[in-house]
Design a protein. Structure first.
Length: 351
């Protein structure tokens, strides 16, 4: 992303006047832009924001480049990181290799250690693929042993262009359902207040407030806009494709793109559910799952059944009574919840 696009992006967004302006920096690998890019971004946020406005900066990274210099900047500017690591070395190094084909596990762990030593806030993201999906116990032990207390799981499902079915490294609905059930049991026995697993925390929140925190379980999509390095805007990171191109911020103000008809149409697609969803007892919880999982493998339209429908049913059958138990404990104050201080991961603009 060049200076012109960066300046326009930050200016347009900050001047929309939200109490909290949220930026999520992703790639590729976003640290390859270098520290100066993010120093410039922070200065632009201060320049275009109003006094008292808060800024949330998040970054999804492989952590390979996170040395002391990076960590000092991230701590001082209150960035929240998401660090990708797929479990112990034998699982992580199956797919996460460097440009020369070498392993990266030790480099990522060094980056995590640097974050801990410099008090950089981070969570971990574990992609569930064919290498680690059958090993929930090993993943849980790894997370606990390394004090990775904030994490989430992303199920890997990609389509094989030629054959049309799932790739070899994808997981099946049954595998995902079994994994969630076993991981939930481990988490429940360990103590939900000790470990924040986003997938589970979202459902606890649903039973406490009536609204899930993950967009997978939300009633509609469209909570953010994706800006590519060219300035092109899209509805979602999973739909960076011509059909869902909103326009370009160098030509049209960001606020106009974010509220236009195409964005509204995308948001409403999640509500186009198949008849089996409408008759399902878990409709209010699942809301049909993520739209990408309806389109990528399962069918041709947003009203297709989610590829992971079987997984969700298996998991909900297994865990919902205990989710309700945890939620009751939260409401009564008997069960605490690990939450981050909002002020700790936001920069407040002073003028």
């Amino acid at each position: 992303m060049g200076d012109e696009v960066l300046d326009k992006l930050v200016k347009d967004y900050m001047q929309l006047g939200f109490e909290v302006a949220g930026f999520a920096w992703q790639g590729g690998e976003p640290t390859l832009m270098g520290l100066e890019f993010y120093r410039k971004a922070v200065e632009l946020q201060k320049k275009y924001g109003r006094a008292g406005q808060q800024v949330s900066n998040k970054m999804q990274t492989n952590a390979v480049l996170l040395d002391e210099k990076w960590c000092r900047f991230l701590r001082e500017n209150r960035f929240l990181l998401g660090i990708s690591i797929d479990g112990p070395k034998e699982f992580h190094d199956q797919y996460r290799l460097d440009h020369s084909g070498g392993p990266t596990f030790e480099k990522v762990m060094r980056g995590i250690e640097n974050c801990k030593n410099n008090e950089v806030e981070f969570s971990t993201l574990i992609v569930l693929n064919n290498a680690n999906i059958g090993h929930p116990d090993e993943l849980f032990e790894f997370v606990v042993a390394n004090d990775l207390t904030y994490l989430q799981f992303i199920p890997c499902i990609e389509r094989e262009p030629a054959a049309g079915g799932p790739t070899d490294f994808s997981i099946t609905p049954k595998q995902y359902g079994d994994f969630l059930c076993r991981m939930f049991d481990l988490w429940f026995d360990y103590g939900p207040e000790k470990l924040n697993i986003r997938d589970f925390d979202s459902l606890v929140t649903y039973y406490v407030t009536g609204e899930a925190t993950m967009c997978t379980y939300s009633r509609q999509c469209g909570g953010f806009v994706v800006i590519e390095h060219t300035g092109d805007a899209y509805c979602c990171e999973f739909f960076v494709e011509p059909k869902w191109r909103l326009g370009n911020i160098l030509e049209t103000p960001l606020g106009q793109l974010a509220t236009g008809g195409r964005k509204r149409a995308f948001a409403s697609d999640k509500q186009k559910l198949c008849s089996r969803c409408l008759l399902c007892s878990y409709l209010d919880i699942c809301r049909g799952g993520c739209v990408k999982d309806r389109l990528r493998i399962a069918g041709a339209g947003p009203d297709s059944l989610s590829y992971f429908c079987e997984a969700y049913k298996l998991f909900f059958d297994h865990a919902i009574p205990r989710f309700m138990e945890i939620a009751a404990g939260v409401e009564s104050g008997k069960v605490g919840r690990r939450t981050r201080s909002a002020e700790k991961i936001r920069m407040r603009i002073e003028k």
